[in-house]
Design a protein around this ligand. Structure first.
Ligand SMILES: Nc1ncnc2c1ncn2[C@@H]1O[C@H](COP(=O)(O)OP(=O)(O)OP(=O)(O)O)[C@@H](O)[C@H]1O
Ligand SMILES: [Mg+2]
Length: 404
């Protein structure tokens, strides 16, 4: 027998709001519509930019659907899933995020009269599936083939992508940047049948505020926001021999706390001498191969800098892994983990010019004039940080379209 007067068992959190039936369906439609309405004015060639304030207080100025919706803070499940839709589109295709949301909003809206006429949702959903099939056949009829070897064809596709954007003001600038970058990365693809350009990995966008938009360019090499570790090292080398490392040039520190017991006065000196010897032998291994530039992902101790500088080697430290990979692709070097295992093939010789120059207050390292680069850096210049950010988003759209 069920006992009486027992408090009801709480399955759900007491704060949960639950909606059911018709009310929930209508609410979902309204939420989808509300999200779509946020960005209707940013669609198409006559679109307007939106100015948003992100939680950190920064300003986002854009007409990219995904970039706007990313900042929208909502707590309705249907609205959330609409925003997910924009994100998925952005990751898979790169462009068309606004269109997707507006189409989805309209589709939801269309279902409303049927719901009100008491037609069961599953029937409506089935009809949508039928419509999808019809769409697919229609799209196949409309589709035009593109020859990926023809710049003209690709530029046409890119024009319709960039034409609706802020960057359209500079005409073909962004189109040419995107095309050039994709063509560069394409050189590194060996299997032509499975063409998959890893844009995120091999095309890095660097923004430097200042200068003119017309100065934007695709470098035939890589640029890093770094300087040599010691001011006395060379900042300009023609045809450098490049050595890439991903180990530290410091003596190995113990993993956790270590204590050393010294019994004689000279022990301390011996211990320090041993550290120096370690570094000297590390540097000797490197110097044997006569590199002009040594780049490492980790640190370089003062002592190692001293040894390497005496041999006229420029050192750059704490380079990001991804940057190191790009340098490997432009210079033909292999990244080495243990200095004692360096061999002649690991040295990169494809790079024509190593140069460090100062823009505003920061130093930038360039690897330029590479023989057959399959990675690149896209350098964006422009008046303000906000316009640069929008420029970058436009460029990412264009790169996505170009890759597809
Ligand atoms: N010159 C044009 N004339 C008429 N319609 C155009 C023209 N150029 C683009 N469009 C239309 O504009 C729409 C694309 O707009 P827009 O680029 O603003 O949004 P999106 O590509 O959906 O999203 P995203 O913000 O990710 O770029 C497409 O429907 C496209 O057909
Ligand atoms: Mg677009």
């Amino acid at each position: 027998m069920i006992p009486q007067n027992v408090a009801p068992i709480l399955v759900m959190n007491t704060n949960t709001r639950r909606e059911t039936g018709r009310k929930a369906q209508i609410a979902n439609i309204q939420a989808a519509k509300a999200i779509a309405e946020i960005i209707t004015t940013t669609l198409g060639p006559r679109s307007m930019l939106k100015m948003l304030m992100d939680p950190m207080g920064g300003i986002v100025m854009t007409n990219d659907g995904n970039a706007i919706l990313r900042e929208v803070d909502c707590n309705h499940p249907a609205a959330k899933s609409m925003i997910e839709l924009a994100r998925a589109q952005d990751e898979e295709v790169g462009d068309g995020t606004t269109s997707v949301i507006i189409l989805a909003g309209e589709m939801m809206q269309m279902a409303r009269p049927f719901i009100e006429r008491e037609i069961h949702p599953t029937v409506i959903v089935n009809s949508y599936y039928k419509a999808l099939e019809d769409c697919m056949t229609l799209i196949k009829e409309c589709a035009v083939d593109i020859d990926i070897n023809s710049d003209e064809d690709i530029k046409k596709a890119l024009t319709s992508c960039v034409g609706t954007k802020f960057a359209a003001r500079w005409g073909e600038l962004v189109i040419n940047l995107a095309l050039h970058a994709c063509r560069t990365i394409m050189k590194g693809v060996t299997n032509v049948n499975k063409l998959n350009l890893e844009i995120k990995r091999y095309a890095k966008v660097e923004k430097i505020p200042g200068g003119m938009m017309e100065e934007c360019q695709v470098l035939d090499g890589v640029m890093l926001n770094k300087d040599v570790t010691h001011a006395g090292m060379r900042r300009m080398i023609k045809n450098p021999r490049v050595l890439l490392l991903d180990c530290t040039l410091e003596y190995k520190k113990a993993e956790s706390q270590t204590s050393m017991n010294m019994s004689k006065e000279s022990d301390m000196g011996d211990a320090l001498q041993q550290e120096i010897n370690e570094i000297a032998s590390l540097c000797a291994d490197i110097m044997k191969h006569k590199p002009d530039v040594v780049i490492t992902e980790k640190g370089v101790s003062d002592l190692a800098q001293h040894f390497l500088m005496k041999e006229n080697i420029s050192v750059i430290r704490r380079v990001r892994k991804t940057d190191n990979n790009r340098i490997a692709r432009v210079s033909g070097a292999t990244i080495v983990t243990r200095p004692e295992e360096i061999c002649e093939d690991d040295i990169g010789k494809d790079c024509g010019l190593f140069r460090i120059s100062k823009i505003a207050d920061e130093y930038f390292t360039y690897f330029l004039e590479c023989k057959n680069p399959s990675a690149c850096t896209i350098l964006l210049r422009g008046g303000s940080k906000d316009s640069l950010n929008e420029m970058e988003r436009n460029l990412q759209d264009a790169l996505g379209v170009c890759r597809n």
